[in-house]
Design a protein around this ligand. Structure first.
Ligand SMILES: Nc1ncnc2c1ncn2[C@@H]1O[C@H](COP(=O)(O)OP(=O)(O)OP(=O)(O)O)[C@@H](O)[C@H]1O
Ligand SMILES: [Mg+2]
Ligand SMILES: [Zn+2]
Length: 635
């Protein structure tokens, strides 16, 4: 027995699943590979699903769960690390008429028992649980009892990259999930993640014993996200200009997330944004759990809030209308960058991923790796991953192509990243690179010790400082040979040479610079170095046409008329009340796009509501009449 469902032959499973999609979730069509996945999983196959952030992984297990429950197979258990989100996720299912519950440490003993009883009575279709709860002997015994009666239908392991130490969010508890396979061998399992790199993927397969699972790998492209990476000057002032220019309209500013590296920085930036009249909230692991939860709830429930956060924030957050993700500090690697930026624009509408970074970021990240207690091989992998991100940041060609190629996907220039929109002018900087590399070499030779970036720049630019005279560096042949470049340009060049591994930063010794392997080819004139022309003027004249802020538009892209906009406002106000009553985020009741479609179509009868995306049967019954009443006030 491998749990194969008996609603098969040919096409019937898919038909049943499409029925659930339409009836329960109110959507007309599966997105991309969803159709194949839900069929395979509904029929009892194991699966590993790799799909981008916001790609629609939840339906890949929710629909099979519902279809299989209807066919008498019982309960689907969803493993998720996201305790703080379970309440809303389950709330969304209940809104759609699905019997669901969660078990985690936020419940009292009595509440938990209540849910266990429901589960044993076969009243639940989906149960969300944290991994540490699931793998307790007590809970496994409950599952045994369901299993014996053939009422354990499916395991869905969400955010499966948590099993891997290479992922950005390693959770040791996830390793214990292998027990699901060992103990309930016949029960199908689907593991899902938005992390695509090979190391993580293989880790998932090994640690969860999914060698025989079918793999579904989607394109990782998020075409509606515009990638921009700029040089850090005065990071926070640049951030404010960015939000003001690109994300502020008559109605206030868009919802967005700003990532910073440290708790202290989070607090500073949130304070600064608030002082400047933006609505910002801090989020980091140093805040107490209740406050953190409150800030997360507000971000999900209110419009136009900016969450300033460490990477502790964001996984699994299904807020559809986050219009920008800004990085004030560089992430650790491309996976992290991709995950974090992926939280923008889940509704498919235009969104910005914007990052500032500078030499200091590179140095900091290197130091964190060097100083970590990990084994050398492990550090080597981390350094390689950091270098890949540096290369992306230094790139002067299409960012999206680079990003996708990192995940093994070939593509063509996208037309929707900073480099595609305004291709940077490049100068041949090979000669300057050679000056810098020889300077590093000469200084080390003459003084028997190495120096940091600042001092080397002083020598190159011919600045007579105390330190320069103290070491006699004004006597070197490289003194003053680089006066043609500004400090900013030298820094840019250093970053690029670090990214290319021509320079190594020794963080154990005061961040001194040393020659690395790739230096030889440059010094010998075998490889060229290009440097972006400084583009201070160009940056500010950037077209505003790319503004990702949300103007009210109907789903066909037509702007809404005045009365339609009033209608939309009225619908939003009504939705806000419902959401408060149910203690859920507004988008769980209806997405903006659903309300916009209603405002544009002005339904008169319940039948007119058919075919509006996001309005399943249960929601039509529960809210249809209210929606018609709100709409009827507008003609
Ligand atoms: N077939 C579909 N038609 C319309 N909307 C869909 C469809 N599938 C998913 N969506 C919507 O896409 C959004 C993102 O889906 P979901 O939360 O499942 O993403 P995810 O892949 O789990 O992302 P993450 O990795 O961030 O958790 C949801 O708001 C969902 O309603
Ligand atoms: Mg998800
Ligand atoms: Zn591009």
């Amino acid at each position: 027995m491998n749990g194969l469902i008996d609603i098969s032959p040919d096409g019937e499973t898919l038909e049943a699943c499409a029925g659930v999609l339409q009836e329960v979730f109110g959507y007309d069509a599966f997105r991309g590979p969803q159709a194949d996945i839900v069929r395979h999983v509904s029929e009892g196959g194991d699966a590993l699903v790799l799909m981008p952030t916001g790609g629609g992984k939840s339906l890949c297990y929710q629909i099979p769960a519902i279809a299989r429950a209807r066919a008498g197979h019982g309960l689907t258990v969803v493993v998720s690390p996201l305790i703080a989100l379970m309440h809303d996720q389950v709330g969304a299912l209940i809104e759609a008429g699905v019997s669901a519950a969660f078990l985690n440490s936020s419940l009292t003993g009595e509440q938990a028992q209540q849910i266990e009883k429901q589960m044993l009575r076969g009243e639940l279709t989906l149960l969300y649980a944290a991994p540490e709860r699931l793998t307790t002997p007590r809970f496994l015994a409950l599952l045994d009892s369901l299993h014996e009666r053939g009422k354990l239908s499916l395991f869905a392991i969400d955010e499966a990259h948590c099993v891997s130490q290479w992922g950005h969010d390693f959770r040791p508890e996830y390793r214990a999930l292998v027990v699901l396979h060992e103990r309930f061998a016949g029960v199908p399992r689907v593991a899902l993640t938005a992390t695509a790199d090979d190391l993580t993927r293989e880790d998932i397969v090994t640690h969860l014993q999914l060698q025989d699972a079918r793999r579904f790998v989607s394109s990782f492209d998020r075409p509606n996200i515009r990638y921009t990476i700029v040089e850090k000057k005065d990071g926070s002032a640049q951030l404010m200009r960015f939000i003001r220019d690109e994300h502020t309209g008559a109605q206030g500013h868009d919802a967005g997330i700003v990532y910073c590296q440290s708790r202290k920085r989070v607090e500073e930036v949130a304070g600064m944004l608030n002082d400047a009249g933006f609505n910002a909230l801090p989020y980091h692991a140093g805040l107490d759990a209740a406050l953190r939860q409150r800030h997360q709830d507000r971000f999900l429930r209110e419009e136009g809030l900016i969450m300033v956060a460490t990477i502790a924030f964001g996984m699994g957050i299904d807020k559809p209308d986050v219009r920008f993700v800004a990085h004030l500090d560089m992430p650790k690697n491309i996976e992290g960058y991709y995950q974090e930026t992926g939280r923008a624009g889940r509704d498919g509408e235009a969104a910005n991923a914007w990052m500032v970074y500078g030499l200091q970021d590179v140095v900091n990240q290197r130091r964190m790796i060097d100083e970590s207690p990990a084994a050398d091989e492990f550090k080597q992998v981390l350094r390689g991953k950091l270098d890949a991100l540096l290369t992306l940041a230094e790139a002067s060609d299409c960012r999206r192509m680079r990003l996708l190629s990192y995940f093994g996907e070939a593509s063509t220039p996208c037309g929707n990243c900073d480099n595609c929109i305004s291709p940077p002018a490049l100068d041949d900087a090979t000669e300057s690179a050679r000056k810098l590399l020889s300077c590093i070499y000469r200084v080390q030779q003459s003084s028997g010790m190495a120096f940091g970036a600042g001092h080397l720049m002083d020598i190159l630019r011919g600045k007579v400082t105390e330190k320069v005279t103290q070491y006699g560096h004004d006597k070197l042949s490289t003194f003053g040979i680089g006066a043609d470049l500004s400090e900013t340009q030298w820094r840019a060049l250093m970053r690029q040479l670090i990214a290319r591994e021509a320079i190594h930063v020794d963080s154990a010794h005061f961040n001194t610079l040393h020659l690395a392997d790739a230096a030889r080819a440059i010094l010998k004139g075998e490889s060229q170095v290009w440097l972006r022309q400084l583009s201070e003027k160009k940056a500010s004249s950037r077209s505003k046409s790319g503004r990702a802020s949300q103007t009210a538009r109907a789903p066909d892209g037509q702007p809404l008329s005045l009365s339609e906009r009033d209608c939309l406002d009225a619908l939003k106000a009504w939705r806000g009340e419902v959401a408060r009553e149910h203690n859920l985020p507004a988008f769980v009741i209806f997405h903006d796009s659903t309300l916009r479609a209603i405002a544009a179509q002005k339904p008169r009868t319940l039948a007119d509501l058919d075919g509006i995306a996001g309005l399943g049967q249960k929601k039509r019954e529960a809210y249809g009449a209210d929606v018609l009443r709100v709409v009827s006030a507008f003609d």
